[in-house]
Design a protein around this ligand. Structure first.
Ligand code: LHQ
Length: 261
């Protein structure tokens, strides 16, 4: 059985984490398959949006803790190896993908599983889902971008509470706190996320890629640098076919037909 399921329809590449009996915890196989799927999403011009979700009752429980022997007497494990080989490249790849990523959090998202969801562009969560920075419960530091995303999304006070206490945050609180885009009723999660991803896949893909770049560069930039970046990216967007189409469609009072170019 594959560690992920991949399907493509209407411009959307849907990737489902598929180790439901392990709450979709990451193992090396899942990381490798996910990397290939993200490369495909990047390379294939037919793919204009990505939808990430999980099979079964969880979204992802983070690293599969059963993969490592940490019993007394076992050799110490250098965790920076798996962070450097798998988790950091995954967070970077999600952020850098020049196409929109919708994450449908169908159940608990814990540890790296929570932070990989936060690396996506639009996070929808089922009402029964939750987010847990479980790292501190096992003596670790939030990884996969957690210490970057959390304070920026919810402020340092709430980020610190989540990281230190490792308690479950309900999907409704996550929405109220601004950690995610929206909560939806459980039965509407996948239909809603699919509709959203398809709408994005029919949009001006190039412009979306550029706006991701602008927004994600913002926290590290001064206003001056950000204004310069906006100018440069707008220049690029203005040369796109979709910009011409968008303006023509507006003037002609019709729906635009974007090609993603
Ligand atoms: C699991 C796991 C799991 C294995 C549930 N592994 N079996 C990066 C680099 C290198 C090293 C370390 O880490 C990282 C990044 C990380 O992600 S560190 C954080 C790792 N994840 C966690 O610490 C989360 C551990 N899991 C939990 O806290 C709970 O299971 C959650 C909150 C996810 C769900 O709670 P419940 O809904 O109450 O389910 P449960 O606890 O009963 O779990 C169900 C089963 O899944 C159970 O197995 P069993 O055989 O008893 O049915 C768990 O042992 C197993 N499971 N997470 N990460």
């Amino acid at each position: 059985m594959s560690a992920i399921l991949v399907s493509q329809e209407a411009g959307v590449l849907t990737v489902t984490l598929n180790r439901p009996e392990k709450l979709n915890a990451f193992n090396p196989e899942m990381h490798r398959e996910l990397r290939r799927a993200l490369e495909r999403a990047d390379d294939d011009a037919e793919v204009r949006a990505l939808l990430l979700t999980g099979a079964g009752r969880a979204f992802c429980a983070g690293q599969d803790l059963a993969e490592r022997d940490v019993s007394p007497g076992a050799a110490p494990i250098d965790l920076s190896v798996s962070i450097g080989s798998y988790y950091n490249p995954l967070a970077r790849r999600l952020r850098a993908l020049p196409k929109p990523i919708v994450c449908a959090v169908n159940g608990v998202a814990a540890g790296a599983g929570a932070n990989i969801a936060l690396a996506c562009d639009l996070v929808l969560a089922a009402r029964s889902a939750s987010f847990v920075q479980s790292f501190s419960k096992i003596g670790l530091v939030p990884d996969s971008g957690g210490t970057y995303f959390l304070p920026r999304l919810v402020g340092t006070a709430r980020a610190m509470g989540l990281a230190l206490l490792g308690e479950k945050l309900s999907a409704e609180d996550a929405e109220r706190w601004g950690l995610i885009w929206k909560v939806v009723d459980d039965e509407n999660l996948l239909p809603g996320a699919t509709t959203l991803a398809r709408a994005l896949a029919a949009g001006p893909t190039k412009g979306y890629g550029l706006l991701k770049k602008a927004l994600y560069a913002s926290p590290g930039n001064s206003l001056d640098a950000q204004l310069d970046l906006e100018r440069d990216l707008q220049r690029e967007a203005g040369f796109s076919e979709d910009y011409r189409e968008g303006v023509s469609a507006f003037m002609q009072k019709r729906a635009p037909r974007f090609k993603g170019k």
